[in-house]
Design a protein around this ligand. Structure first.
Ligand code: ADP
Ligand code: MG
Length: 829
């Protein structure tokens, strides 16, 4: 059984479709027969209205209407409708519920695909799933919109057109812009890369028509003090007028896609009580002037993708246009002209995503029911291992399937059946290698089950994944991660924290990784000290301001059943499902305890004051970097940094002017821009750090060469060094400061191991450690005794004891003095 239902939960419009017998039908709204539902909710006299009806109240009672809430998914922002308060997630759930009413077949789906912009971060993705659950779906599988759109294109009569090829999906809707690079290879479709702006779309054009054309016009027609503020604040005097103007601006904008000019008409009263009759004409030329910077911005993002993938526009078949705003002629012509690639308008921009979601739903099995209890395990056969091989997408009417069995197969039989009952291999004797040609239902997803039976005809409980083959359609290989997922760790050397990339941008979901880290300090049982594992989403090389925290688990000394000693191992496992559920577990080898958590969707908060502070700090950093670049005669770099500083200050200016009451999405937009600017800063200054890190590495290398000559390395040390040197080239080539730093650390640890064995070295180490430090130790008496014992060991040439004493002394140093030996941080390094 497959999921079959697909939903596009859009910022402006949502839709639902179903896959059936190789075809997709888009359901229509029983009221008005439209294929889309405006994503708008309103509360009228205790009654919730969703869609067109709610939209009508935008004009009459905007304070009771919530729209564009997708942009605020995963934030703490709420909407007041009458007396009630709704989160963006709850509002989205209402839209999803309403879409269920479109299903005229009477079915009540338990599972569905819901699409999300490819650039949605983990918090936003989680919030979307949550909305699905609230709407009564037991299972919600997320699909990135550009893949959905491409599936719609490729499966709607265009199948077989390309066996190989790449294209871009350019999706400009009401609230978000996304561009994705898609590749087809052997009938399998894959997103290679994507880039987007969660805060760019048709609504911005509407807003600019109002703010840049209508407001100046109004101000020339009457007396208005602080009109923009009175319009934008939810409690502002002209807030209602603002909403009605937004709707009129949108109507005018849509009209301009077909004609050269459009009119906006309205009435209002100015501050002096004078009646103002508004009537103005907006021309296509005016609109195009407003669009231009946004268009340029989208093309920059396209350029980023092309550069990152080392592609020239000629390498692309076309740019597939999706999203209502791509109806605008200027957007269509300019993309084709400036990129020099044909635009493809084959799909209906407003339903393509839903249609593709349904195609995908047709290939997605419902969540597997738990294995049937009738299955018996006979111990001799429990160890049977199976490996299967088959092509997941095909244009043939039957497909070759092979499986290899390892273990004792004596007396066993197997049987393959197709889920719709249309095929049954019958019981056959099991051999180590079996193969079959499986007949396929055309233009659909075929699922087969392979079962193995013992001599008494009892099925064995083997875990054989379902055999799913899509006939005549393109299949999706996997969805890429839009951002790096990192773990925050202590950078002991620099007394700060750094990020270690766990999953890399564009890694294909689902993902799982286990890594072993060492405690960078001791956490005593019962203490209030904590080991904190923080998961960050954002570029692994970037500044904290460029990323956001998506979850953490924290283990307190109070949770421990014994001390967690510095240097002991922590085994961390991170998992992310295709629908972006992130779970983490930490196993402490020392205490034999496991802590785990599945991250709840955490809401994002934007605090205007803090945002301003962050921007000011960022600008300051950039200024310093620019000065430094100039000192080093890097004038080009300095100029870029100065430009960036200017941009950051401009943004800070906007946040400073913003009222804390502002109810528009602007603050999220600004926060998003801040993160992107911080990423730019990082890109521009990264080289400098890399150079420093590389110099550090070469110094460590010179040092170990010296140690090799002058100390007494064992054969094992020499082999370890050789192995490290084998990796040198590839590590340096990564240009990742973290990787190089890690490598340098390995070299230093080896260095230290060799020295640590030498008598003269530990003697010197001891002398250096205690020289002039008597007063510094935390518990002076204890230290005094240890030092006395140390001198004794020195006298007796008892190296082993001296090593123990050195370690104990280090633990007695205050953290600030442990220098690179220890410092308070996350607790792992
Ligand atoms: P979303 O994906 O954000 O739900 P859609 O893809 O449905 O949005 O696009 C909605 C946006 O498209 C709105 O901003 C709407 O004004 C705009 N739009 C729809 N039709 C046209 C048109 N003919 N010309 C210009 N803009 C249009
Ligand atoms: Mg859309």
């Amino acid at each position: 059984m497959t999921i079959n239902f697909g939903i596009d939960l859009g910022t402006t419009n949502s839709a639902i479709a179903k896959f059936e017998k190789g075809e997709v039908i888009v359901f229509r709204n029983p009221i008005g027969q439209k294929q889309t539902l405006p994503s708008i909710v309103s509360l009228r006299k205790e009654r919730l209205l969703v869609g067109e009806k709610a939209r009508e109240y935008l004009l009459k009672a905007p304070q009771d209407v919530a729209a564009s809430f997708k942009r605020k998914m995963g934030t703490t922002e709420t909407y007041h409708l009458g007396e009630k308060i709704y989160t963006p997630t709850e509002l989205s759930a209402l839209v999803l519920k309403e879409l269920k009413n479109f299903i005229h077949t009477g079915e009540i789906p338990q599972s569905t695909i819901v699409t999300i912009p490819a650039s949605f971060d983990t918090i936003q993705s989680n919030a979307t799933k949550e909305a699905g659950k609230l709407a009564g779906f037991e299972e919600v599988v997320l699909l990135q919109e550009p893949i959905a759109a491409s599936l719609a294109y490729a499966n709607q009569g265009n199948q077989g057109e390309y066996e190989e090829g790449k294209w871009l999906v350019y999706d400009l809707g009401g609230g978000t812009f996304d561009v994705a690079l898609i590749q087809i290879q052997d009938g399998e479709m894959k997103v290679l890369d994507n880039q987007g702006d969660n805060f760019l779309g048709g609504h911005d054009f509407d807003r600019e028509i109002v703010e840049k054309i209508v407001i100046p016009y109004l101000e020339s027609q009457g007396t208005f003090a602080s009109l923009p503020e009175e319009m934008r604040a939810a409690t502002g005097k002209y807030n209602q007028l603002y909403h009605s103007l937004l709707i009129k601006a949108e109507q005018a904008k849509i009209e301009l896609s077909a004609s050269e000019s459009a009119e906006i008409e309205f009435d209002t009263v100015d501050d002096q009580g004078e009646q103002v009759e508004g009537f103005l004409t907006v021309t296509r030329e005016q609109l195009e002037a407003l669009l231009e910077p946004h268009l340029v911005h989208t093309l920059e993002l396209v350029g980023t993708i092309l550069d990152r993938n080392k592609l020239k526009p000629e390498a692309l078949k076309f740019v597939l246009l999706v999203g209502g705003s791509t109806y605008i002629p200027y957007i269509r012509t300019q993309i084709a002209e400036r990129l020099g690639i044909p635009v493809n308008t084959d799909v209906d921009p407003t339903t393509a995503v839903t249609v593709g979601a349904a195609y995908y739903a047709g290939t997605k099995s419902l969540r597997q029911a738990p294995p049937p209890s009738e299955a018996v395990d006979t111990s001799s056969q429990a160890a049977l291992q199976v490996r299967t091989a088959f092509q997941k997408a095909t244009k043939e009417d039957k497909e070759y399937f092979a499986a290899r069995f390892e273990g004792n197969i004596e007396g066993l039989t197997y049987r393959i059946t197709r889920q719709d009952g249309g095929y049954d291999s019958g019981a056959k004797v099991l051999t180590h290698k079996i193969s079959e040609y499986l007949p396929l239902v055309p233009n659909s997803y075929n699922e087969f089950t392979l079962k193995v039976y013992d001599t008494y005809n009892n099925p064995l409980s083997l875990s054989i994944p379902p055999i799913g083959i899509t006939q005549g359609k393109y299949a999706v290989v996997g969805q890429p991660l839009p951002q790096d997922i990192c773990l925050e760790i202590d950078d002991v050397e620099n007394q700060t924290t750094a990020l270690e990339v766990i999953f890399e941008k564009n890694d294909v979901l689902p993902l799982k990784r286990t890594l072993v880290k060492q405690m960078s300090r001791t956490i005593s049982k019962g203490s209030a000290d904590r080991l904190t594992l923080t998961i960050i989403e954002g570029p692994g090389t970037a500044l904290p301001a460029a990323s956001q925290q998506i979850g953490f688990i924290s283990v307190s000394g109070k949770d421990l059943n014994r001390d967690l000693v510095k240097g002991s191992d922590v085994e961390i496992t991170l998992q992310m499902s295709e629908s972006r559920d992130l779970s983490i577990s930490a196993y402490l080898l020392m205490t034999d305890q496991e802590f785990s958590d599945v991250f709840q969707p955490e809401a994002r908060r934007v605090n205007i004051l803090r945002l301003t502070d962050e921007l000011v700090a960022l600008a300051e950093k950039v200024r310093e970097e620019a000065q430094e670049a100039e000192i080093q005669d890097n004038y080009e770099g300095a100029q870029q940094l100065v430009d960036l500083e200017f941009e950051i200050l401009g943004l800070a200016d906007r946040t400073r002017k913003m009222s804390l009451e502002d109810s528009t999405d602007e603050k999220f937009q600004l926060e998003d821009r801040k993160r992107k600017l911080a990423q730019r800063v990082d890109e521009l200054t990264r080289d400098k750090y890399i150079i420093r890190v590389k110099n550090d590495y070469f110094e460590a290398k010179r040092d170990i060469e010296y140690v090799l000559e002058n100390f007494d390395p064992t054969e094992e040390d020499k082999v370890a060094l050789e192995q490290l040197m084998d990796q040198e080239k590839s590590v340096l080539a990564t240009n990742s400061s973290l990787k190089i730093q890690e490598f340098t650390d390995q070299l230093r640890r080896l260095n230290f191991r060799i020295r640590w064995r030498s008598s003269s070295y530990i003697r010197e180490f001891f002398m250096a450690l205690v020289y002039g430090r008597f007063g510094d130790f935390i518990r002076p008496n204890e230290a005094q005794q240890l030092i006395a014992k140390g001198y004794e060991a020195l006298e007796n040439k008892n190296d082993q004891q001296l090593r123990v004493i050195i370690n104990q002394l280090i633990e007695l140093l205050p953290p600030s003095q442990r220098g690179n030996i220890n410092f308070g941080g996350t607790g792992i390094a």
